[in-house]
Design a protein around this ligand. Structure first.
Ligand SMILES: [Ca+2]
Length: 282
């Protein structure tokens, strides 16, 4: 009993510290309270289970692509990239050959996460508080929406778009207005998980990159609990890449998850990585 109380106390202290550091960050636009950890009335939040994978294919990836968003729709892969003056949006076919020209964003915008929803592509911007909506076939801009926080990752379920902002929150928003319908705080046994980045909704779960980390996390979208982790720290070596992109630029981190339904495989890459790796979860 005493041991249980001790573990419970440590757990809430960790949560408190994590919240405190979230709210004291310089990123004032993200200073919104996290939701309470749901169903946390026990001390038995289990550690995420590790998932293993096998590499299915290795494709070349444009090393000028500072990948921020990656998503398949049928046999078309959409990629959105970042950096001011270099942000683009483009399509690839099933063999990952580019289709059509790249759409370049105005130099004032830093492109972020993208998602395909009802024949439209939505693209976040990092600090510009704008969301661009394009016709998915032509990549012609249809409209611009407003978003109050930073924009990092984007995905969707059947009824909502799901946004990450570099905090531990996932925002479920109305696709037509970007009004927030629900906020879920993401956590594991140690507390809230900050720096959630690129997202991918797969069969009722949300896969996510964590900025600067080599683990991909799998989130239960109802509770926010991290239920699985995929250790990708050996991905580049397994893909026979001779160098570590991080040795060129500290920002060249793992970022980019796209699920291809027809093959039940995940396509992973990083910012300016030379490869896009197709994996199958074991
Ligand atoms: Ca994605």
């Amino acid at each position: 009993m005493k041991r249980s109380l001790f573990i419970l106390s440590i757990y809430f202290i960790v949560i408190a510290c994590n919240n405190s550091s979230n709210n004291s960050s310089n990123n004032s636009s993200n200073n919104v309270p996290n939701e309470d950890i749901n169903n946390s009335n026990s001390n038995t939040i289990s550690a995420p289970e590790q998932l293993n994978y096998s590499i299915v294919n290795i494709f070349p990836h444009d090393t000028s692509a500072y990948t921020q968003g990656l998503e398949w729709n049928d046999n078309t892969l959409f990629e959105g990239t970042g950096l001011k003056g270099k942000s683009v949006l483009y399509k690839m076919d099933s063999k990952l050959n580019q289709i059509g020209p790249k759409l370049k964003l105005d130099n004032a915008y830093f492109g972020e996460g993208i998602t395909f929803y009802k024949d439209k592509i939505y693209q976040l911007t990092w600090e510009e508080h704008k969301v661009f909506v394009y016709d998915a076939k032509t990549l012609k801009k249809i409209e611009e929406l407003n978003w109050p926080y930073e924009g990092w990752g984007l995905t969707h379920n059947d009824t909502a778009l799901i946004v990450s902002t570099g905090s531990s929150n996932l925002y479920f928003v109305d696709p037509t207005t970007f009004a927030i319908k629900k906020t879920v705080g993401v956590f594991d046994q140690f507390g809230y998980q900050n720096m959630i980045n690129e997202l991918e909704y797969i069969d009722g779960k949300i896969f996510a990159n964590i900025y600067g980390q080599n683990d991909i996390i799998v989130i239960d979208p109802n509770s926010g609990r991290i239920i699985n982790k995929i250790d990708c720290s050996n991905l580049l070596a397994q893909a026979k890449v001779a160098y570590n992109p991080l040795s060129i630029d500290g920002g060249y981190v793992l970022n980019g998850i796209a699920y291809k339904k027809t093959s039940n495989t995940l396509f992973l890459t990083g910012k300016c990585w030379p490869v896009l790796v197709e994996i199958k979860l074991n």
